[in-house]
Design a protein around this ligand. Sequence first.
Ligand code: NDP
Length: 481
Amino acid sequence: MLHIKNYINGELVELASKKYIDNIDPSRGKVYSYIPDSDEKDVELAITAAKVAFPAWSVTPKDVRSKYLLKIAALIERDLNKLALAESIDNGKPLKLAKTVDIPRAAANFHFYGTGILHYAAHTHSMEDTAINYTLRQPVGVAGCISPWNLPLYLFTWKIAPALAAGCTVVAKPSEVTPMTAYLLSELCIEAGLPRGVLNIVHGLGGKVGNAIVAHKEVPLISFTGGTKTGAHIASIAAPMFKKLSLELGGKNPNVIFADCDYDNMLHTTIHSSFQNQGQICLCGSRVFVEKSIYDKFKKDFVEQAKKLMVGAPLDDKTKVGAVVSKPHMEKVLNYVELAKQEGGTVLCGGKQANIGGEFSEGYYIEPTIIEGLSYNRRTNQEEIFGPVVTIMPFDTEEEVLMWANSTVYGLASTVWTQDLTKAHRMAQNIHAGIVWINCWLLRDLRTPFGGVKSSGVGREGGFEAFDFFTEPKNVCIKLK
Ligand code: NDP
């Protein structure tokens, strides 16, 4: 069985400790490869390599850095099928989704930042005839990048690509639950000839590898995507060390549906925004608020459509809902369904583990689940579930639904469905979230800032904001007389 290797100083390296963790295929519930159980010593090697590589990489001309990134993008595109298959097996997501969303987006991340850096400019400020100020933007140093399991290569590269383009060197840790595409990426970086130590990938547990990266004094910047609790822990270590921090955390996103919406488009998209990737996208709408006059119709249609979604093996083309990522995660999600029932909710469909039989009978499948009858302030409607489980609720007025939408500690994303332009803008202005999608979902222009408010995180990724994050501004003031 394959033993994944760390990528340190330009090479795939064996672990000194020879300790490995099981890598489980969630669609079968079986071990299919081994992940390095790296420790502080491996992190130290990676940080040393990144530190040594930094002076040369940080002054490598932008167009040269750009060429490396574009080469990696091209290699990802070349290996799309191989990477998609690896991601689907590692994560349990439908292969089709990995092929059409995750892997193309990983290539797009390298493309976008590889070209974007060529157009990134700093400011000058003239004080008329007294002085001129110009701002240098200099790469911060060794960047620590830590990513989650739900969109493994997509989110991993969303951090790595801007960091490398901006001139930082990187020590990165993918989620231990889904390491395979990060491992394949390290092979592609070697093939692309990326200079030694510029990118280092250390596999292993968050509490060990992640913690060691965050706590290391030679890593002045941490870009983290993951759960809010982990983010708070990271902030508690990084803040007293005055590290630059970007935290992309959890969500409990509202999907607000007004009676005047384009109904068919809304219904089709709401099925996706609720259940795509088994509901394991931080941007999925998990609280669906529907204007009372269309609630009964919506409920009937939504449940009917959700029941039609085929729960199946990730590699089957007909599968719409694959396996959730792990057994503990499946148990967590199903416990929330139990909580919803205890809170007085009614399960309209799903609510159980699905057994799809055969070689997949031990896999971690959950039927798409819709729950109604819970007030906005119940725990089910306040805490992140991160699975194929949504609640639906009828509302009377715009004021009421806004209050409900804004009632959680989170503020990552939101969706509003209406044909009334004024109402759409009013909602967008008043919803507490980093993104408001109007009559669409998951449409992303990579130039726009990305991130959440409240407990969904601090800092913004995306666009040139990412370059601002991975560089430090230095103002130079020249007196003219
Ligand atoms: P976790 O917070 O559990 O883990 C995220 C990453 O942090 C993993 O690589 C993990 O390693 C690592 N980690 C865990 N503990 C520590 C630690 N003490 N120090 C440093 N690193 C650590 O999140 P999940 O992987 O479970 O991902 C799901 C969460 O991510 C959800 O809450 C979701 O909303 C959020 N998310 C947010 C997004 C956004 O853009 N806002 C996008 C996607 C997901 P290991 O896997 O080994 O535990």
